[in-house]
Design a protein around this ligand. Structure first.
Ligand SMILES: [Zn+2]
Length: 438
């Protein structure tokens, strides 16, 4: 070994394996400080707390916080934005020089909301930890598919670690460049790698005869994001020698990513305080039960979201994880607003996903639930199919899909088939709306 070789420690940041007692104490102290800061500096938080008649000094413990701190919703932010002509919806502190760039939310539930970025966004911190966990180390290259939400266009955290990023747009047209970069630089990870891009890669490999195992042989993992990962996509990418790590938003406060145990998303509890509440009554639900995820940033001095209701249905597990981390994990079941009740049965898009992908023509898993109302008498699905893969006729495919889905879901079903290219036009590029009114 060369005498000047640099040895980097292959260990977790100590905060990631801190004891539960330490994390609880840390959160209690941080919550009190953050409430005081947010009320003093973020106009919308000040208004929400004044309306509720609560003062930061009332919050001396986690129990006080759970009992007294008012909730904040995305609708509150949008309403404040419209009423005050404030693009950040009253969630950005008024302090010149703090905002160094502006991204947006991904726009899953409506118009994308501008997200001002601080010098070091919490999402960047979690992004760096996620890559470190996958095995990315100083001197490595990674492929970065630029995304605008949650600071995904910012690249400071990895460059500070000495990791070189190769940047691409999220577009099938980039695939030849990604393949070329993968063979030249032999990157160790890719982020984010969404469903439409995986499907486009599959078609590319089929068309060109390029060997996916060779293309991806240097990768220790790829971060998959945008929407739930289906079994077919997981098996497909595994056959390419690529391990996918699902990521999701921690309620616009930061990112949350799976670890090698693939048993839920890790919420970094030094960065956010997480709770689950009943989506209707807002009463707390116990860890392990299904509730709406509520997050509070413990670190973000630019956009200090406090008790923000995310609309995501989750179950939280605070037991230590096999990967060595002590921070909570959560399973994501879907969005409360995506839930549909058909003759009293609750259905979420995640459930349909495992069924549609089982047919070759619809393997890209492109479908929409048509939800005119939260409660419906029948389940209406619009499913996109690849016209070039049609084995028999459209009617025969429809019948095969009808049989599989109606047996599994057991509610009256109405199917509409369309060319999948039509659904892809409904982007943004990393996903399509899974629930639509018409
Ligand atoms: Zn873990």
């Amino acid at each position: 070994m060369a005498s000047n070789a640099i040895i980097y420690p292959d260990v977790l940041d100590p905060i990631e394996s801190a004891s539960r007692e330490y994390l609880d104490r840390h959160q209690e102290a941080s919550l009190a400080v953050m409430c005081e800061y947010a009320v003093a500096n973020a106009p919308l938080i000040r208004k929400v707390w004044a309306d509720a008649g609560v003062k930061p000094g009332d919050i001396k413990s986690v129990a006080d916080f759970r009992e007294k701190a008012p909730f904040l919703t995305k609708d509150d932010i949008r309403a404040y934005r419209d009423a005050h002509n404030d693009p950040t919806g009253g969630m950005s502190v008024d302090s010149p020089g703090q905002t160094v760039s502006v991204g947006t939310t991904s726009g899953t539930t409506g118009d994308p909301t501008p997200v001002p970025n601080w010098r070091r966004t919490p999402a960047e911190e979690t992004y760096a930890r996620d890559h470190w966990h996958i095995g990315v180390r100083p001197g490595d290259h990674v492929c970065h598919m630029l995304f605008t939400f949650r600071g995904g266009h910012r690249r400071r955290s990895l460059s500070e670690l000495g990791i070189a990023e190769i940047c691409f747009s999220i577009s099938p047209f980039e695939i030849p460049r990604i393949v070329d970069a993968s063979k030249r630089f032999r990157p160790t990870s890719m982020s984010i790698f969404p469903n439409p891009l995986i499907n486009a890669f599959e078609q590319y490999f089929e068309k060109t005869g390029e060997d996916p195992v060779d293309v991806f042989k240097s990768y220790k993992g790829a971060i998959f994001g945008g929407e739930p990962l289906g079994d077919r996509q997981k098996a497909l990418t595994r056959s390419w020698g690529l391990e996918l790590f699902e990521t999701t938003s921690l309620g616009d406060v930061a990112g949350a990513c799976e670890c090698r145990e693939h048993n839920g998303f890790h919420a970094y509890e030094d960065i956010a305080f997480i709770e689950a509440v009943d989506p209707i009554t807002a009463e707390p639900v116990a860890d392990g039960d299904i509730g709406e995820l509520v997050v509070t940033s413990l670190v973000d001095r630019l956009s200090p979201l406090v008790r923000y209701r995310t609309g995501d249905l989750v179950s939280i597990d605070r037991s230590p994880c096999g990967c060595g981390r002590t921070h909570a994990r959560f399973k994501l079941l879907g969005r409360a607003t995506d839930q549909i009740l058909v003759k009293g049965r609750s259905i979420l898009p995640r459930e349909i996903m495992g069924l549609v992908e089982k047919h070759d023509e619809t393997r890209a898993n492109l479908f929409q639930i048509i939800r005119a109302d939260r409660e419906m008498d029948e389940l209406k699905l619009r499913i996109g199919y690849d016209v070039t893969r049609l084995k028999d006729s459209e009617d025969a495919l429809k019948l095969r899909l009808y049989e599989r889905i109606s047996v599994a879901i057991e509610v009256p079903l109405v199917l509409e088939l369309v060319d999948e290219q039509e659904l892809l036009k409904l982007g943004p590029p990393h996903k399509i709306p899974r629930v639509t009114k018409t």
